[in-house]
Ligand binder design. Structure first.
Ligand code: 1GP
Length: 236
């Protein structure tokens, strides 16, 4: 029997950016919040040093801690799990397989494969830094989304589809559609969750809800999303 992936029952995740300041008290609140996991990752300014630093601070807690590897210099050992994003809605192959292959050429032999998973990224907010950086084709109607889910879930059999609206609350109809269509992939949703109500809506649509930016703007609001997600039984 195949073992359940570490993220197989994550419902709520906080994403921390190594390039942003967080105090020990704030980090304590995040790690003790009851969230299912912490993912370390960011689009810019992520270095080996700031990633090691944040990892070692999170490591004082029991919460599972994963790294989203977005640049090869910031691939730091010691995390519970590694996520490698492949952007599916761009024409620039550099972001789908190009950089990843460069990284694998150098570090492939050292990768803990059993603790590493690909994420099929759909970057859906044109204003997001990641969309500009990768040239993502963010405008997506239901039909196009469906084709992307078939590609990620059925053809490529990726374990995760990450619907990334970073900075903006997304289209929950599209997210719900993706989660319903996915036969094996887990659908992660992230973007613009800044209160309990949005967290609840996202938890009704996606398998896993990711909360980022609000941690740095309003910690109490960020913490309120944990219980909100826990209250929603997915798939009702
Ligand atoms: C970012 O999906 C995450 O990669 C979360 O988005 O920062 O908008 O919460 P926010």
């Amino acid at each position: 029997m195949e073992l359940q992936a570490i993220y197989g029952n994550w419902r709520h995740v906080f994403k921390l950016d190594p390039d942003r300041e967080i105090s020990d008290e704030q980090l304590d609140a995040i790690c003790m919040s009851g969230t299912d996991a912490v993912i370390v990752g960011g689009s810019t300014g992520v270095t080996f040093d700031n990633t090691v630093d944040l990892m070692s601070r999170i490591r004082r807690y029991e919460v599972p801690c994963a790294l989203e590897v977005s640049s090869e210099e910031a691939a730091v050992p010691g995390f519970d799990h590694y996520f490698v994003p492949l952007v599916l809605n761009t024409d620039r192959t550099e972001w789908m397989t190009g950089r990843q292959i460069d990284g694998l050429r150098k570090f492939g032999a050292f990768i803990p494969w059993e603790d590493t998973s690909a994420e099929g990224y759909l970057i859906l907010n044109a204003e997001a830094e990641a969309a500009k950086l990768t040239g993502a084709r963010s405008a997506m109607d239901a039909e196009t989304l469906t084709a992307h889910v078939y590609m990620a879930d059925r053809l490529m059999r990726l374990p995760i589809i990450y619907m990334e609206y970073s900075g903006k609350f997304g289209d929950m109809e599209l997210v719900r559609r993706a989660a319903r269509l996915a036969s094996g992939a887990r659908v992660f949703y992230g973007g613009g969750i800044d209160n309990a109500d949005k967290a609840r809506q996202a938890a009704e649509a996606a398998h896993t809800v990711i909360v980022g930016n609000i941690i740095y703007e309003d910690l109490e609001a960020a913490l309120s999303t944990v219980a909100a997600v826990a209250e929603v039984a997915f798939g009702r």
